[in-house]
Ligand binder design. Structure first.
Ligand code: F0G
Length: 454
């Protein structure tokens, strides 16, 4: 059989409130044309993020009842630690309430005004946590990673020559190198094992540790299995172990590839950094055996890690994302290719060439999608990345709209509805207006900025 079915059936459902187009036009105007300001109830298909939006399994819900809520030494912590270490064999595994808490703790320890932290592409919270210490965040993804149409199989790879050149000149200012798997800001594109090994070799030559920002590690491992010949016969868990064997630490948002609604961790081998991290953890998150989570959350993560590396799940996951990407391509909607793991990224600059980058074509498309079908996507372009630390504004490298697919939540008919909304939009792209920002905060402006159509 060729049909790849959802390898699960649905035991519990949530109603979706159906809205009309005039209702949605009023709602988005009230929200100052910022999709983050909408109530979840006013969204029909929520593709804002794949983070914290997964449907948990019966085994995970069952696990919640087994949570040991002991303040110290909870048995749930030990089950969580064992599940993490089974895939990511680090010495110290420190739970946090989500990924950015791990980033903040790590950067608080290693970074200062002199520091430079390279990555393939920093995600917005990672960049913000680095810049909050006064340090500089540098993106070193390969050239192909900036070209939405380029079919390179590992567009998340880091440009190792540029990394080497940076380390040659400034290794004394670089406390660690990061690599984000998959590269979310660059289109959900994977990093190959060959590239991870090459990054690690360069880091080792300069005695600088390598940390993975590993939110979507299982999707990255499945891409390696599919696209890197050497690993075609390896099991996904073995590929995962191989990936992490080249790293000295990791930050993790369990809200992605641990199939839970909240959670994260920082893991590392360095004893002194781990001690400093645990001290920070106690200040702001909690005791080291719960780190801002309940015991039951740790149980859900431990079970989620077992489910996420299953090949039937990953085959379905990739097929469903590819299905949406292929249908949009067939409609003539330019999307980042190859299709990423957790999301389809639409090239709004190419779809809406009449809107200049600083009138935010990505925002224009995201608003149109909401008005048309109650679908919530996310701009990843000049709204998110345009404001520079010195206060100036520059266009981002790409103007994308991300349609992120929550794990195990939507069926194929939901996705068919999304495709139908695009059929409507492609007929009237030239009518879509650009936007001006009428209000913005100092940091991470995309979450709370106000917009007005021009
Ligand atoms: N790193 C990457 C690559 C991410 O995608 C995210 C979150 C984080 C770190 C931070 O994790 O949310 O648990 O604090 N990405 C979400 C998204 C928000 O929608 O892509 P967090």
């Amino acid at each position: 059989m060729d049909t790849i079915i959802e390898p699960f059936r649905i035991k519990s459902v949530e109603p979706i409130r159906l809205t009309t187009r005039p209702e949605r036009e009023a709602l988005i105007e009230e929200a100052h044309y910022n999709l983050f300001n909408l109530d979840g109830d006013d969204v029909m298909i929520d593709l804002l993020t794949d983070s914290g939006t997964a449907a948990m399994s019966a085994a995970q819900w069952g696990g919640l009842m087994q949570g040991d809520e002991s303040y110290a030494g909870s048995s749930s912590y030990y089950r969580f630690e064992a599940a993490v270490r089974d895939l990511m064999p680090f010495e110290h595994i420190i739970p946090t309430h989500q990924g950015r808490a791990a980033e903040r703790i790590l950067m608080g320890i290693v970074a200062d005004e002199d520091a430079i932290i390279p990555n393939n592409t920093h995600f917005d919270t990672t960049r913000a946590n680095i810049e909050a210490t006064g340090a500089e965040a540098v993106d070193l993804v390969i050239e192909e990673g900036h070209d939405p149409a380029n079919m390179h199989p590992f567009k998340g790879n880091m440009d190792v020559d540029r990394l080497d050149a940076l380390l040659q000149e400034k290794a004394h200012r670089i406390p660690l190198v990061m690599c984000t798997i998959t590269n979310n800001s660059g289109g959900g594109q994977p990093v190959s094992l060959a590239n991870l090994k090459a990054i690690k070799a360069v880091c080792e030559a300069h005695d600088v540790p390598l940390f993975l920002d590993a939110c979507r590690f299982a999707e990255n491992a499945y891409f390696i299995k599919m696209r890197e010949e050497e690993y075609a016969d390896w099991s996904v868990p073995d590929i995962v172990r191989e990936m992490f064997s080249h790293a000295d630490g990791m930050t993790m948002s369990a809200k992605k590839d641990a199939l839970v609604n909240i959670g994260g961790w920082l893991a590392l081998n360095d004893d002194a950094w781990a001690e400093a991290a645990r001290n920070q953890l106690i200040l702001t998150e909690g005791f080291p055996t719960y780190g801002g989570l309940a015991g039951r959350d740790l149980e859900a993560i431990a079970q989620g890690l077992k489910e996420i590396v299953r090949e039937d799940y990953l085959a379905y996951r990739m097929a469903s994302t590819r299905y949406l990407g292929q249908a949009l391509t067939d409609l003539g909607v330019p999307v980042v290719r190859p299709i990423g793991g957790h999301a389809v990224y639409i090239d709004a600059k190419a779809l809406l060439p009449h809107i200049p980058p600083l009138q935010y074509p990505g925002q224009a498309l995201a608003v149109a999608l909401y008005e048309t079908g109650g679908i919530r996507g996310c701009e990843i372009g000049s709204v998110m990345f345009g404001r520079q630390p010195d206060g100036s504004e520059e266009p981002a490298a790409m103007e994308l709209v991300r349609l992120a697919i929550p794990r195990r939540v939507y069926t194929q008919s939901h996705i068919d509805y999304v495709i139908e909304c695009f059929e409507d939009i492609v007929e009237r792209t030239r009518e879509l207006p650009g936007y001006a920002i009428t209000h913005e905060p100092e940091q991470l402006r995309h979450f709370t900025a106000h917009f007005a159509p021009i």
